[in-house]
Design a protein around this ligand. Structure first.
Ligand SMILES: NC(=O)c1ccc[n+]([C@@H]2O[C@H](COP(=O)([O-])OP(=O)(O)OC[C@H]3O[C@@H](n4cnc5c(N)ncnc54)[C@H](O)[C@@H]3O)[C@@H](O)[C@H]2O)c1
Ligand SMILES: [Zn+2]
Length: 338
C-alpha cells in the first residue's frame, strides 16, 4: 500500500486483483465505466452494484456526460454518503471524479484505473475535470479519491499503442526525477509492470504531498514535455496523436530547448530521443504543423501567465526545474526541429 497525503487527509493506493478490490468497496457504491472496459472487465463488478457504461473516448469527458452521470446517480438513489467508482482510463477517472466532486457538493469516490497512463499518473493526485470546446480540462476541481485500486493485470487487454502511450509518462518520471529507472525501462518487455507502476505512484504521491495545488512550482515539474505536447494535441484537434505520443515529441523538443538555454546538459536531447524511439514512441511530428501556430497555442497554456511561456526543463537526466518567461525565439528554434 502506498499512502497519499493531502490537505484534507490521506488515501491508500492498493495493488490487488479487481475482485478483491471490489469486494472491499462500501455496499452503497455506484460504478461508472466505458464500453471497452466493461467488455473486458465488467464481469468482475459485483452484480449487486449499479453500473453506468459510457461511450469510450475523450469526447465523453464533457459537461453533457457530467449531467447524465449526475442524473443517473440521482435516479439510482445515490446519497451524500454513497461512493462513486471510476472504473476505466483517465477519461473515466477525470469525468467521474469531477461528477463525484460536484454531485451533492461532493461525494466520496474510488479510482480503479485500467490504463497504464491512469495507473501511473491520472488516478493519483485528485485533479478532476471535463473539457469544453474552448479547451481541455478547463472546468474541473481538486477532489481527492478515498482510495485507488490498481490491478496491473487489467493492462493485458490494452492495445500496444495505448500501452506505449502510458509508457511515455513512465519515461517522464525517469527523465525528471529517477535516472535509476532508465535501465529498468530499457530492459522492460512489458511483463510484470507492477514494480514500475509502484515507483511512478510513489513519485507522484511525494510531489502531491508537497504541492497538491500546484502553487509551489513543484507539481508543475510533472509538465516536462507537456507545454509543447499540449500544444501539439490542441493544434491537431486531439485526433491524430495520443497524449503520451504528443508529450514524447514534447520531451525531445523541450530537452533540446533546455540545451539551447544552457539549462540542460548537451547531448540530453539525443539521449531522450533514443530512449523514446526504442520504446516505439514518436519523437517528431509527421504532419505539417506551423511552429508559430504552436507558440500561440502555448501562450494559452494554464502555466503561462499573461502570454509568458513556462517550461519544466531538465537540469540532468533525473532532475528538472521550472523555468518561467522563456524567450519565444528560443522556443521557435526548438520547434523548428519538428
Ligand atoms: N487528472 C490527471 O492528473 C490527469 C493526468 C494525465 C491525464 N489525464 C487525462 O487522462 C485522459 C487520458 O487517459 P487515458 O489515456 O487512460 O485514456 P482513456 O481513458 O480514453 O483510455 C484509452 C482507451 O483505452 C480503453 N481502455 C481503458 N482500459 C482498458 C483496458 N484495460 N483494456 C482495453 N482497453 C481499455 C478506453 O476505453 C479508451 O478507448 C485525458 O483526458 C487526460 O486529460 C488526467
Ligand atoms: Zn501527461
Amino acid at each position: 500500500v502506498i499512502t497519499v497525503s493531502h490537505s484534507r487527509g490521506e488515501y491508500p493506493v492498493t495493488f490487488e486483483p479487481l475482485q478483491t478490490g471490489f469486494r472491499n468497496l462500501p455496499t452503497d457504491a455506484f460504478v461508472v465505466t466505458d464500453e471497452n472496459v466493461a467488455r473486458h472487465w465488467g464481469h468482475l463488478v459485483p452484480p449487486e452494484l449499479p453500473v453506468l457504461t459510457l461511450p469510450p473516448g475523450e469526447r465523453t469527458k464533457s459537461l453533457i456526460w457530467l449531467e447524465r452521470i449526475s442524473g443517473w446517480l440521482s435516479s439510482e438513489g445515490a446519497s451524500r454518503k454513497s461512493t462513486v467508482v471510476a472504473l476505466g482510463g483517465g477519461v473515466i477517472g477525470d469525468l467521474v471524479g469531477f461528477a463525484a466532486a460536484t454531485y451533492m457538493r461532493g461525494v466520496p469516490y474510488v479510482q480503479v484505473p485500467t490504463t497504464l497512463l491512469a495507473q501511473v499518473d491520472s488516478s493519483v493526485g485528485g485533479k478532476v475535470a471535463v473539457d469544453i470546446p474552448e479547451g481541455k480540462n478547463l472546468v474541473g476541481a481538486f477532489h481527492a479519491p478515498t482510495s485507488v485500486i490498481i490491478d496491473p493485470s487489467t493492462l493485458k487487454t490494452l492495445s500496444a499503442r495505448q500501452y506505449r502511450n502510458g509508457m511515455a509518462e513512465v519515461w517522464k518520471y525517469a527523465f525528471i526525477m529517477d535516472a535509476d529507472m532508465i535501465d529498468t525501462l530499457s530492459a522492460s518487455t512489458g511483463e510484470n509492470l507492477e514494480p514500475i507502476i509502484r515507483r511512478c505512484v510513489e513519485h507522484k504521491a511525494a510531489i502531491v504531498k508537497e504541492d497538491e495545488f500546484e502553487t509551489k512550482g513543484l507539481r508543475a515539474i510533472l509538465n516536462f514535455g507537456h507545454t509543447i505536447g499540449h500544444a501539439i494535441e490542441q493544434a491537431t484537434g486531439y485526433s491524430q496523436v495520443l497524449h503520451g505520443e504528443a508529450i514524447s515529441i514534447g520531451m525531445v523538443l523541450e530537452a533540446h530547448l533546455g540545451e539551447r538555454l544552457g539549462i540542460t546538459p548537451s547531448g540530453t536531447g539525443d539521449f531522450v530521443r533514443k530512449c523514446l524511439e526504442e520504446q516505439g514512441l514518436p519523437t517528431r511530428f509527421a504532419g505539417s504543423l506551423e511552429p508559430e501556430r504552436l507558440i500561440e497555442v502555448m501562450k494559452k497554456d494554464k502555466k503561462a501567465s499573461r502570454g509568458a511561456l513556462a517550461f519544466s526543463l531538465l537540469t540532468q537526466i533525473g532532475g528538472c526545474t521550472l523555468v518561467q518567461n522563456v524567450d519565444q525565439q528560443e522556443v521557435l528554434h526548438a520547434l523548428k526541429m519538428l
